[in-house]
Ligand binder design. Structure first.
Ligand SMILES: Cc1ncc(COP(=O)(O)O)c(C=O)c1O
Length: 423
């Protein structure tokens, strides 16, 4: 990318975990242009469109067997899609006679969006403190954080999966049959920074949900469309959520687009119940955004970008990124490097032995991002990973087309930016 002064930047965070296919891909622009020429817009209450039908069925197929017979609700981005999913969960419960179920359990330290609905279930303090009196509060449960395990394990949470899952079980029980759904990111995105859950955790959570008639909503706004080296992050664990929300990489930033993938169980409850979902945005299924999304999916597939994003396979782009990032652990200010695929976080500490965070007022991650920006490298700084206030990390999420030379150059710049911020 180049700014107005002609200074060149390498987009090492995919803007904000958005761009997965690289900037300036001509085929996406052509698909959008030709869609605009043939049909720019119709209102969903009057017509469906070929682009919506074709793209929805391709996306459901991309999401795998769990979504066979399901449906897709398209939105203009992540927050709208999250609100849509929450309303869907409530309507599902009403359709099957569970009228008292309206609560949504989320995880402490999560970010699900900026609309009031999404904010109500985002527990991360920073973005919501001022608006807290305006939204309804539901229970939240701690999510996995192996670097700072609340159960004080010494094996990176390898055996903590069932303990974290018990928190979910306890919260559902405490709410006395009032929970409609639980929402979680399979791999935590910005708020805690690319945390991969311990084995068994997500599998157990979904089992608990099934037993309690609680829906599971997977928030894959950041992790969807290949980012973690699978089509969706749920595929790492063979999970079958009832609803999956995705956005960012879906159209890779070429157009505003989000999607709610709805399993057959939920679709059928509504279709054979009241018959329609009580919800609607004027710009749902906007044809030009859908053309961008459909062309992005085609591009991802034809360039094998999901495979490139697999950090556990040999010699892939993501494996090279992982190997390089892990070397940053030798720097004094780096406490943890974690992630999967092309979604990584580097957490900073002032004392590695004691894992002491930098004082919030120092804005350490902001300083690293600024020093990187001056070197022509764009990263995504976040504060508050520990408890919503303390803790600094940066998110690394480059497009899957990044070359090995670009990775090597970016890591050199990043190391020297961290050293400059520490000095
Ligand atoms: C996990 C997650 N959910 C939801 C959202 C909200 O998406 P949007 O900013 O497109 O409204 C974000 C945005 O960063 C996100 O990371």
């Amino acid at each position: 990318m180049w700014d107005a002064q002609g200074k060149q930047y390498l987009d090492f965070s995919g803007s904000a975990g958005v761009n997965f296919i690289g900037h300036g891909v001509e085929s996406i622009v052509s698909a959008m242009t030709s869609q605009a020429r043939s049909l720019e817009f119709v209102h969903l209450s009057q017509f469906t469109t070929p682009i919506a039908e074709q793209y929805a069925s391709e996306l459901l197929e991309f999401a795998g067997d769990n979504f066979r017979g399901g449906a897709v609700y398209f939105t203009c981005g992540g927050s709208e899609a999250i609100d849509t999913a929450l309303k869907l969960a409530r309507q599902y419960q009403v359709e099957i006679g569970n009228f008292g179920r309206s609560q949504i359990i989320s995880r402490t330290q999560s970010y699900h969006g900026a609309t009031l609905g999404a904010m109500a279930i985002s527990s991360s303090k920073r973005p919501r403190e001022m608006f807290r009196p305006m939204v309804r509060e539901f229970a939240s449960v701690p999510g996995p954080y192996p670097y700072r395990c609340p159960y004080e394990c010494s094996d990176s949470c390898n055996n903590c999966g069932s303990l974290y899952a018990q928190e979910v079980e306890a919260a559902i029980a405490a709410a006395e049959q009032k929970v409609a759904a639980i929402i979680l990111e399979p791999v935590s995105g910005a708020a805690v920074g690319a945390v991969v859950p311990p084995a068994g955790y997500l599998e157990r959570v979904i089992e608990i949900c099934r037993q309690a008639e609680v829906l599971m909503i997977a928030d894959e706004v950041m992790t969807g469309t290949g980012r973690t080296g699978r089509n969706f992050a749920i595929h790492h664990w063979g999970l079958a959520p009832d609803i999956l929300v995705t956005a960012k990489g879906l159209a890779s930033g070429y157009a505003p687009l989000g999607a709610v993938l709805i399993s057959a169980k939920v679709v059928e409850a509504i279709a054979y119940g009241s018959g329609s979902f009580v919800h609607g945005f004027t710009y749902s299924s906007h044809p030009i955004s859908l053309a961008a999304g459909r062309a992005t999916l085609k591009h991802v597939r034809s360039l094998n970008l999901v495979e490139a994003a697999d950090s556990d396979a040999q010699e892939t782009t993501a494996a090279k990124l992982k190997a390089g990032l892990l070397k940053l652990r030798t720097l004094d200010a780096v406490g943890d490097v974690r992630g999967i695929g092309l979604l990584w976080a580097v957490e900073f500490v002032s004392d590695r032995g004691a894992k002491t965070p930098f004082p919030g007022a120092d804005n350490f991650s902001g300083k690293v991002a600024q020093a990187a920006l001056e070197r022509g490298l764009l990263v995504y700084p976040v504060q508050g990973c520990i408890d919503g206030e303390a803790g600094d990390h940066i998110l690394i999420a480059p497009p899957a087309v990044i070359s090995p030379e670009q990775i090597a150059w970016a890591l050199e710049q990043l190391a020297s930016a961290i050293e400059e911020a520490s000095a």
